[in-house]
Design a protein. Structure first.
Length: 55
């Protein structure tokens, strides 16, 4: 079973704007002890997409 897929990107503001435009539910988080931020997007089919960036 597939839990989620992950992608890396550079520009948080640009990606967050695109995520919000989709209307899908999303959450933001930080990996503790690192400089990596995460945006999780939840698709209608139940797949969670993780987007990672350096803060």
């Amino acid at each position: 079973m597939l839990n989620h897929v992950a992608f890396a990107f550079y520009d948080r503001a640009e990606i967050l704007e695109k995520v919000k435009a989709t209307g899908f539910r999303y959450e933001e988080d930080i990996i503790p002890g690192t400089d990596i931020g995460q945006i999780f997007v939840y698709g209608p089919e139940g797949i969670r997409i993780e987007l990672q960036y350096r803060r």
